[in-house]
Ligand binder design. Structure first.
Ligand SMILES: Cc1ncc(COP(=O)(O)O)c(C=O)c1O
Length: 327
């Protein structure tokens, strides 16, 4: 938990987020479910951890210095996290982001004066201007720039190995049976998995992947499917990426947009926790597991961000109807 000390700057307040027992949504289950609430971070998501850690690590390794330009592609949360770290630590920032990103996130990024390069979300992954390909190209032609590459640089996983994992272990006093989380870059789940499994190899780790992303099929069938569009932000990918270490995962579940968004709204209704769409996906995974094992177990999940990033989308009936996700 946050301490009572005075922090030197806003970036220092990153991490040490609360772990909350879920009481109503779990009614009738033999397992207990605990959620790590990452919207307590300064820019409002789990990504604050990696923005701080990856910038500090690149500085220590002499790869960057204040005044340089950081370039990254982000579904929004890493962009917001970097906006804060770069502002406080003196870096310029260029963000490649899909035009389908929630309007609420785009508004916050604009309020923070972030240099946004919007990409057409319908471009095929192999297009040179697609979300994944454009950022390294921009970095290559920007003087004194550094492409952070959260999808492939395992400093991302290390941030969670050093902070999120140990926090969960301490908060649960070492009594954990399962960790269930969404897989985006894979940094959170793989960094936490590595730490927890080193402490107790019996802990099982389960990922949740949106239908349309490539991770689920690759894990279960060893083949990469042709990706298709989905609406859950922050999870899944159209490529296999370097930060997803499948060897650390015991299972991957697949979820649809509709199920994830219904669960997101249920978290608000039943637990009074205003969390985002990927939190709905993660909790759906934890509940599916609890139903399947049907025995007392301690399951930890993680809520990456807050509902206020999705007020115009997931929490807006007209948007859900327009997308065919609500009758
Ligand atoms: C809303 C949201 N949920 C989940 C994740 C996934 O976290 P990770 O990239 O560590 O797998 C992200 C990552 O961008 C995110 O923005």
């Amino acid at each position: 938990m946050k301490s009572h000390k005075i922090y030197n700057d806003i970036v220092e307040t990153t991490g040490n987020t609360p772990l909350v027992k879920l009481n109503r949504i779990t009614k009738g289950l033999k397992s207990e479910i605990y959620a790590k609430i990452e919207f307590f971070n300064p820019a409002g998501s789990v990504k604050d951890r990696i923005a701080k850690y990856m910038i500090e690590t690149a500085e220590k390794k002499g790869k960057i210095k204040p005044g340089d330009t950081i370039v990254e592609n982000s579904s929004g949360n890493t962009a917001l996290a970097l906006a804060i770290v770069c502002s406080v630590r003196g870096y310029n920032l260029k963000i490649v982001i899909r035009d389908s990103t929630s309007p609420d996130k785009l508004k916050i990024l604009k309020a923070l004066n972030v240099d946004l390069i919007l990409v057409d979300s319908t471009l095929p992954p192999e297009s040179p201007d697609s979300y994944n390909n454009l950022a390294p190209r921009i970095a290559a032609k920007t003087p004194n720039s550094y492409y952070l590459d959260q999808h492939n640089d395992r400093t991302n996983n290390e941030a969670h190995y050093k902070t999120t994992g140990p926090e969960i272990w301490e908060q649960m006093q070492g009594q954990i049976d399962y960790f269930v989380a969404g897989v985006g870059t894979g940094g959170t789940i793989c960094g936490v998995a590595q730490f927890l499994k080193e402490k107790d190899p019996d802990i099982q780790v389960i990922g949740v992947d949106p239908k349309g992303s490539v991770f689920y099929d690759y894990f279960h069938k060893g083949k990469k499917i042709k990706p298709s569009p989905y609406l859950i932000e922050g999870l899944g990918d159209e490529f296999l990426i370097g930060c997803v270490d499948f060897s650390l995962l015991d299972d991957i579940y697949q979820i649809t947009d509709q199920t994830a968004f219904e669960m997101t709204r249920k978290i608000a209704e039943k637990e009074a926790i205003m969390a985002g769409g990927s939190s709905g996906a993660a909790l759906w995974g934890a509940l599916k597991l609890a139903h399947e094992i049907d025995r007392p177990a301690r399951i930890v999940t993680l809520f990456p961000d807050s509902a206020n990033r999705y007020i115009s989308s997931i929490f807006n009936d007209s948007w859900l109807k327009e997308k065919g996700l609500m009758e």
